[in-house]
Write a protein that binds this ligand. Structure first.
Ligand code: ADP
Length: 662
């Protein structure tokens, strides 16, 4: 090999080595660029990597997103461009071709002549025919000149990376925009919903308050209607037919009042105005009262009502007795309403509560009636929902919602299991506190039945000694209308003075009083002349036996515990002074002989029909009564015509009397 050839080979090897190093440079660049993702990161990384590896006075990237042009340079300046002011870049956009611009640094003294040449490269970034942007590298060192030839590979790669990032970016933007739109839309919907909810709630509240007020207003006149018709019924002057009309007024009035009460209760619940008022009461008595009352209703439908109580059931409890009453009446009432044959079982039991003083009262009302379909079982606790064939004729659809709300307000639960045509079982669990018998004294006094004093008795003088004005007033209100002579004293001292002047037959003696207490006053009175002839009845809230002993020793003759029932006052007067009272005569039962229906013929009808008629008329149920009469018509036209006459007159009483006659 000649020297020449050797030299050529050497040159070639040198050139290859240089090319290899350029290619390595480019590969290095490419690998740096692929290290990040995201459009902005990629651009920043691109500019900084190029300036690190290749150099240049300034590097600028122009790129397109949709139809807009953006500018970013290596110094961090970023902007959206309206027009491309740089003519070299504009030219690249126009021609789509890369251009090299050569220029000279003239004013430098530091740099030797060979370094005064510099280059600016403007390179369009293309993927196929699509222009992605333009890359401009200003004032590149002459030493980089040879790199230029190797750059297409690099710029093609850059174009591809940028295209991908721009695509990703626009897609992200679109998604973001969509999301934003969706969020705005959703927020608006939420706002609308909230607004609608508030409006609805306000309207509902307003409705409930209106209903509550209106029902309340309606109740007042209803009470007057019922009260006066009741009073008139006892008037001996009225005729038989007037009495029957009054009966109708009374029954219809009671029915109407019940409806109003239901609506009032529901409205009060919805308006959030129901409060639970707990008090000690006699659970045993309450349950017995309700069951006895409902048994009559059940028997009028030839249903049996069984009542069982677990022996552990506490007799006295603290809860809301009025709500409990209504809950039980509603459940047992429904059981009777929706059962045609068989029986109703009411069971009471207890379950332990976490709280020692409380127990769970468990009550089950089971019937053998029509049952409730599984799909209806959830609905029937909603207001005004009635399911089943004839239920709308039987009620308002408010009983169960009220029951459920009351149970929940009292801290309990209600559940239902039912099978169509087999029957239903409603079960409630209510927390109640156990209380002692003494607390039960707070129970309201029984209805006073005494209306006067029997004639030919002496004029009794009774002295009321109590420092509390209301207590004296209460006794006065009970006793004065009956014709007793009364005087009052505010303490033991006054009592002794009045005793001396007036010599009462009996003294109602409060024990704890200022100035002088009841015990001391009794002792002194009993020591006075005639003192022993006067009966002293201690009115005391204390129940301790030893205190009673002390009072007996002081001379007290009898006790009445406070708070007392009115009848306890009367029975005490009877026992101590032998006072005789007149009791209210029982309401006379109207004897009614049917004018339009021959009784014998009516009694010949099947017993079931008679009882259905009795039930329907008892409920003042027009439609039901009419439908029973239609059935009777098929058997006995004569009787049916008479009954129809009564119905047209709304004379349910006449129908009832007929059913009850023998
Ligand atoms: P309603 O005044 O109609 O009796 P309720 O709220 O008390 O209203 O009851 C709602 C509905 O539930 C009734 O219409 C009836 O269809 C059904 N239902 C309630 N109790 C019973 C039951 N013991 N047996 C069968 N269906 C019942």
């Amino acid at each position: 090999m000649s020297n020449d050839e050797l030299e050529k080979l050497r040159q070639r090897a040198k050139k290859l080595a240089v090319e290899k190093s350029y290619l390595q440079l480019i590969i290095q660049l490419m690998s740096r660029i692929s290290m990040v993702s995201g459009l902005e990161n990629t651009i920043d990384n691109l500019l900084h990597s190029v300036v690190d590896v290749i150099g240049g006075a300034n590097l600028i990237l122009y790129y397109q997103i949709d139809d807009e042009t953006f500018y970013t340079d290596v110094y961090g300046k970023k902007q959206k461009l309206q027009t491309i002011a740089d003519p070299q870049v504009a030219e690249a956009y126009r021609s789509g071709l890369p251009t090299e611009y050569e220029h000279h640094f003239k004013d430098t003294q530091l740099i030797s002549a060979e370094f005064t040449n510099a280059y600016t490269w403007v390179y369009p970034l293309k993927v196929g025919n699509q222009l992605i942007g333009v890359f401009k590298m200003e004032s590149l060192h002459i030493a980089m000149r040879e790199l230029y030839e190797h750059l297409p590979l690099f710029f093609n790669y850059i174009a591809l990376v940028l295209k991908n990032e721009i695509l990703g970016y626009t897609r992200l933007q679109q998604i973001n925009q969509q999301l934003e739109q969706e969020i705005i839309h959703r927020k608006q919907i939420e706002k609308d919903l909230r607004h609608a909810k508030t409006v609805a709630e306000e309207a509902n509240q307003a409705k409930s308050i209106f209903l509550a007020n209106m029902s309340h207003e309606l109740r007042t006149p209803m009470n007057a209607v019922l009260g006066f018709s009741k009073i008139m019924q006892t008037d001996p002057e009225i005729t038989e037919s007037q009495r029957q009309n009054l009966n109708i007024i009374n029954r219809s009035g009671t029915h109407l009042l019940n409806l109003i009460n239901d609506i009032l209760d529901m409205a009060k619940i919805e308006a959030g105005r129901v409060v639970i008022e707990t008090e000690p009461f006699d659970l045993g008595e309450t349950v017995r009262d309700i069951v006895d009352m409902m048994r009559e209703r059940a028997e009028s439908k030839h249903l049996q009502l069984f009542h069982t109580e677990n022996s552990a059931l506490p007799r006295f409890v603290e809860a809301d007795p009025y709500k409990l009453r209504q809950i039980l009446i509603n459940l047992i009432g429904n059981a009777i309403k929706y059962t045609e044959t068989g029986s109703i079982n009411v069971r009471f039991n207890i379950k332990n509560h976490v709280d020692q003083n409380k127990v769970w009262l468990v009550c089950e009302v089971e019937d053998s009636g029509v049952g409730i379909k599984a799909e209806d079982q959830g609905k029937i606790f909603e207001p005004f929902v009635q399911v089943g064939k004839n239920s709308s004729q039987k009620g308002t659809g408010l009983g169960l919602p009220i029951t459920k709300q009351y149970v929940n307000l009292m801290g309990g639960t209600i559940s239902l299991t039912s099978q169509v045509n087999k029957g239903s079982l409603f079960r409630i669990e209510l927390p109640v506190s156990k209380v002692s018998a003494e607390d039960i004294m707070a129970i309201k006094p029984h209805q006073n039945q005494v209306v006067g004093l029997s004639p030919n008795q002496i004029l009794y003088r009774l002295l009321i000694v109590d420092d509390n004005f209301e207590n004296r007033l209460l006794l006065k209100k009970i006793l004065q209308p009956l014709g007793f002579q009364l005087r009052e004293a505010c303490n033991g001292q006054e009592a002794i003075e009045i005793f001396q002047q007036w010599q009462p037959h009996l003294i109602w003696m409060d024990i704890r009083m200022p100035v002088m207490g009841g015990k001391e006053a009794t002792r002194q009175i009993k020591a006075l002349p005639n003192g022993k002839d006067t009966v002293v009845v201690a009115l005391t809230a204390s129940v301790f036996e030893d205190q009673r002993d002390e009072l007996f020793k002081a001379g007290v003759d009898a006790f009445v515990s406070k708070p007392y029932r009115i009848d306890e006052i009367f029975s005490c007067l009877h026992q101590c002074l032998n006072v005789e009272f007149i009791y209210q005569a029982l309401e006379p039962q109207p004897v009614y002989v049917s004018e339009h229906v021959p009784v014998k013929q009516f009694k010949a009808l099947p017993a079931a029909l008679q009882s259905q008629l009795h039930h329907a008329a008892g409920q003042l149920d027009l439609e039901q009564t009419a439908s029973v009469i239609a059935e009777i018509n098929a058997l006995d036209n004569h009787v049916a015509t008479g009954l129809q006459h009564y119905l047209e007159q709304m004379d349910f009483q006449a129908i009832l009397d007929l059913c009850e006659s023998r």
